[in-house]
Design a protein around this ligand. Structure first.
Ligand SMILES: NC(=O)c1ccc[n+]([C@@H]2O[C@H](COP(=O)([O-])OP(=O)(O)OC[C@H]3O[C@@H](n4cnc5c(N)ncnc54)[C@H](OP(=O)(O)O)[C@@H]3O)[C@@H](O)[C@H]2O)c1
Length: 233
């Protein structure tokens, strides 16, 4: 069975991805910082998986993840860098952005994904595998207030693009899921009703299509991968 490592799999989009991959028979390694939430999520998965609580910014946690890959045979088919932070909420203007918060945003959204890629590049290359770095439209659109988070995702996009050139044996994707009704999205819009945003599971088919069809490395938006539903008459 193929092996995937999915970060931030206790909630939101990461949880929806992990559930879908488990249903398809993938073997999974997943993480998130809050042990109880991760245990709850894993309890709902249809298959045994390796759940390792920890923070992706912590090198010792990343070593635990790579040790788990070794224990499962030393071959990795898919890395999904999904764990992410929004940063300061409510979203500040750049002129007021607390720089220590911004460092933490870059540490989580840019440095940690690259560190994980570096840690698993050998088992991933051995499998001719794929990397999915979960991005955002804030990486390419200039939304006021989104400069901290958006610039981190822009950095992640550029890492993905360069990596694709450097690692032709891998598929390297930046995947923009679009708006989703999650805790992170609520943090971006504190106190607002976000019930009109789509649930994360509705975005999963677009990601599965990317994994199934394995187009060239690049940046993909969920909206362009969604298979149109037949209109009933
Ligand atoms: N929601 C949207 O509208 C939207 C739009 C565009 C892009 N995205 C992107 O989609 C991805 C998923 O976001 P989401 O909305 O599903 O977020 P979410 O509901 O807040 O879930 C984030 C998940 O990541 C975990 N996590 C956060 N920081 C972590 C860390 N340092 N180490 C390990 N795990 C960590 C969280 O658990 P713990 O807190 O317990 O660690 C949780 O499982 C992110 O990359 C986000 O930037 C989201």
């Amino acid at each position: 069975m193929p092996l995937a490592l999915v970060t931030g799999a206790s909630k939101g989009f990461g949880r929806a991805i992990a559930e879908a991959l488990a249903e398809r028979g993938w073997t999974l390694i997943v993480d998130a910082r809050t042990e109880t939430d991760l245990a709850d999520a894993v309890g709902g998965y249809p298959k045994d998986i390796t759940a390792i609580p920890g923070d992706v910014t912590d090198p010792s946690h990343r070593r635990q993840l790579t040790a788990a890959i070794e224990q499962l045979g030393g071959r990795l088919d898919l890395l999904i860098n999904n764990a992410s932070t929004l940063g300061t909420s409510p979203l500040p203007q750049l002129a007021d952005y607390p720089l220590d918060d911004l460092r933490q945003v870059y540490e989580t959204n840019v440095i940690a994904p690259l560190a994980l890629i570096q840690a698993v590049i050998e088992p991933l290359t051995a499998a001719g595998g794929s990397i999915v770095n979960v991005s955002s439209d804030a990486a390419v659109e200039a939304y006021p207030g989104w400069g901290g988070y958006g610039s981190s995702k822009a950095g992640l996009d550029q890492l993905t693009a360069v990596l694709a050139e450097e690692e032709p044996r891998l598929r390297c994707y930046a995947f923009d899921p679009g708006d989703m009704r999650t805790q992170m999205h609520q943090q971006a819009f504190p106190g607002e009703d976000i019930s009109d945003r789509p649930e994360p599971f509705t975005v999963v088919p677009a990601l599965l299509r990317l994994l199934d069809e394995r187009p060239s490395s690049g940046r993909y938006r969920a909206a362009e991968l969604t298979i149109p539903q037949e209109v009933s008459r």
